[in-house]
Ligand binder design. Sequence first.
Ligand code: BJW
Length: 234
Amino acid sequence: MGYGHIVILTGAGISAESGLGTFRDKDGLWTRYNLEDVATPEGFARNPVFVHEFYNARRANLRDARPNAAHEALARLETAWPGDVLIVTQNVDDLHEQAGSRNVIHMHGELSRIRCGACETVSEHRHDLFVDSECADCGVAGTLRPHVVWFGEMPLRMEEIFTALDECDLFVSIGTSGTVYPAAGFVAHVRRFGHARTVELNLDPSEGHSLFAETRYGPASELVPAFVDELLKA
Ligand code: BJW
């Protein structure tokens, strides 16, 4: 099938087999941490030391993580496909880029970047961050935070994402529980305003599974390469 514009939404499940924990599964991050404490601006204001420790540990895990067969298959698709392939990821890891994907939007930010609250500069930072760390750009101390999107904050590049959703003719959702908006609403948006084939690839049915025209369940490292092979052979 000649899809001109493919949009692929990914979530924590695609990186689970690379050893990065998901949020809501058994043993997920939200079973060990209260999300109000570590993933809201209010939690950061209350206890920045604790939030920095949480993200320092996540950054350390990411240093050892490598892409799995699912990330690699999506990179292969982008290279081989004659039309556009856009990955919109909710993940803050860089495993899509490590696998070779180039057209990636990190709507919830990136673990390897930090942002200064004083000068707004976003810079690469792959090591620990502390409450008294100084901004390399403006020199002010105590203003740096992880460049991630917390609850109550606006996800990044939303205009570009909605334009791509409106234009796409294939929308695939991989490894997300479909519980966090606005990403959880993308499939409904595509069905309402677009014309795309909608496919869910996940370990278990997501919250919005009934909105997808097609669903397949199993580990991403098996489902995604098989799905990409089907697209490339069609
Ligand atoms: C496998 C697998 C394997 C396992 N293979 N699969 C209604 C409308 C709009 C907004 C709201 C609304 N109601 C409430 C809101 C506000 C709120 C929200 O959604 N709350 C809900 C809890 C109800 N949303 C926000 O505040 C967002 N901002 C916002 O809405 O701004 C206003 C706005 C409105 C409208 C348009 C535009 C803007 C911001 C949300 C920020 C989320 N931040 C986090 C943390 C990021 C930093 C960090 O990583 O620390 O993002 S929370 C966390 O959840 C993280 C994830 O990206 C996100 C989604 O999680 P994900 O990826 O789905 O992971 P899991 O663990 O939930 O699921 C894993 C899945 O994988 C499971 O299904 C497994 O089965 C599967 N799996 N192993 C395949 N091997």
